[in-house]
Design a protein around this ligand. Structure first.
Ligand code: AMP
Length: 479
């Protein structure tokens, strides 16, 4: 059963009703290109499509091309049903529910039965389906609620900004219900003003989302000199949380940032950055350096870093290698995939994350780059994310992406692509000078190009593939 819906209570009902009755809940991402929506729905063999009214035009545009969908259900009350539309036999969600008994005998089935399905964001190639089971979801739910993970309880009011169509909103619809927390849904209102007002009106204590969303919220709160009266923690993941954002939340608003790492292939939570006891008294600079890491593996996830030959690398906080993971909620096979993505080292199957990371001797993993997105200069790694974080700390920089541009001598060199903060001025030379003393000199970007906007993918991540297409020869042209 497919859904194309915002974070809302009907979507939550479907999370439980569809999976609990033995069907598979497939949450489709409406931000994808229409061709991809069709490709994914066909690949998943969706038979029923539930959708919010916002997405009526989208569904109308693809309906005729959907090979397997037999029923379209609009998630509204009867009086909200459109008079005119292009969907034959369109059903009303509340009509379907009101015709049913309030009592339902939940069926019992094997814990390995499939419960839900998500597709990877697919910045390259066709998206891949990751099928979760009741077992993997329940185990992930327990682990994600632990004190050193998201630390959820019945005293929380949780507002997931991360969409329920992106890796099940990081599992919050399950974990919040498991602990008895209040759930607050933003619907389509994801701008800073709407979110802030909802936080205040509903007494939200914990929220979760990607850095881009928090940038909008912080801009609104700063611009109007507001305070959060109940918000205590926010989970930031999906891409690296810029340290400047973390500092702003904590120093200016008393909101604890919980930095987390995960992937669609991990349901998604893999690591969460919660300090250990001996780190609590660290000077603020040192503490922040730890908090900027992606954190420690939650119980259930094993991780290691390996070199190009699959040899395990030390946990010294310096040596970077490809991050491999294994555990009961780690994918071993994509939906209808012919080949398992797992690599076998030490006789076991490990999932190669495509992320490059260090792990320190306290077990804190730190993503330094993605293996397909890495900058290799003269045979040595340069962490694009570190360079972006520094650039983002400059007040005149609204957004920064660092890509590896081809270079006649070093093979690749870092090139910084920058969107200026509206109304602010900064030159190339000033930005280059900003890196001085903050990193090894040879890491300094060779050049800066200013753009109006950085292309974002459907889940809010920067599409560096596009930037590379556009700027990969920039340094060659200069040379
Ligand atoms: P997705 O499957 O769309 O959730 O994307 C997973 C990928 O996002 C990971 O493999 C990482 O490359 C990236 N990612 C997720 N969380 C973080 C984080 N906290 N810091 C850096 N990258 C992250």
């Amino acid at each position: 059963m497919g859904t194309i819906a915002w974070n809302g209570y009907r979507h939550l009902e479907l999370y439980y009703a569809v999976s609990g009755s033995g069907s598979v809940l497939h949450t489709l991402n409406p931000r994808l290109h229409l061709d991809q929506v069709v490709w994914i729905a066909d690949h998943a063999e969706d038979q029923v499509l539930f959708f919010d009214k916002t997405f009526l035009p989208l569904v109308e545009a693809v309906a005729e091309r959907l090979a397997t969908v037999r029923h379209f259900v609009l998630m509204v009350d009867r009086d909200q049903m459109p008079v005119e539309h292009k969907l034959p036999g369109l059903l009303c969600y509340e009509d379907l529910i009101s015709g049913q008994d309030d009592e339902f005998m939940w069926p019992e089935f094997d814990e390995n039965t499939a419960s839900s399905l998500c597709y990877t964001s697919g910045t390259t190639g066709n998206p891949k389906g990751v099928l979760y089971s009741h077992r993997s979801t329940v185990l992930h739910t327990y682990a994600s609620a632990l004190p050193d993970a998201l630390n959820l309880s019945a005293r929380d009011a949780v507002l997931p900004v991360v969409p329920m169509f992106h890796v099940n909103a990081w599992g919050l619809p399950y974990s919040a219900c498991m602990v008895g927390a209040k759930l607050v849904f933003p619907g389509p209102g994801l701008d800073g003003k709407s979110l802030y007002e909802l936080f205040e009106a509903e007494g939200v204590t914990l929220s979760a989302g990607v850095p881009t969303v928090w940038q909008g919220l912080l801009t609104h709160v700063q611009g109007h000199q507001l305070r959060f009266s109940t918000m205590k923690r926010t989970v930031i993941g999906g891409s690296a949380c810029p340290p400047a954002m973390m500092a702003s939340f904590e120093d200016n608003y008393g909101v604890q940032v919980i930095h987390a790492w995960g992937m669609t292939e991990l349901s998604p939570i893999g690591t969460v950055c919660m300090l250990k006891g001996h780190q609590l008294g660290l000077p603020v600079g040192e503490r922040r350096a730890v908090q900027a890491k992606q954190g420690r593996a939650v119980f259930g996830i094993d991780m290691k870093i390996v070199d190009d030959h699959g040899e395990e690398l030390p946990w010294d906080g310096r040596t970077a290698g490809e991050l491999l993971v294994r555990g009961p909620w780690v994918v071993d096979q994509y939906l209808k995939g012919e080949h398992s993505p797992l690599v076998v080292t030490d006789g076991r199957g490990w999932f190669p994350t495509g992320d490059v990371a260090t792990i320190d001797n306290d077990g804190f993993m730190n993503i330094t780059d993605r293996s397909k997105d890495v900058i290799k200069s003269g045979g040595e790694w340069i962490g694009a994310i570190d360079l972006e974080n520094i650039a983002m700390a400059h007040p005149a920089v609204a957004m920064a992406a660092c890509i590896g541009a081809r270079h006649p001598k070093w093979d690749e060199r870092p090139l910084l692509v920058v969107v200026r903060t509206p109304g602010a001025e900064v030159t190339r030379d000033e930005l280059i000078a900003f890196f001085e003393g903050r990193i090894a000199k040879w890491w300094t970007p060779d050049d800066v190009v200013f753009v109006d906007a950085i292309p974002l993918g459907a889940t809010g991540k920067m599409l560096k593939t596009r930037l590379r297409e556009q700027f990969q020869d920039h340094l060659l042209a200069q040379a």
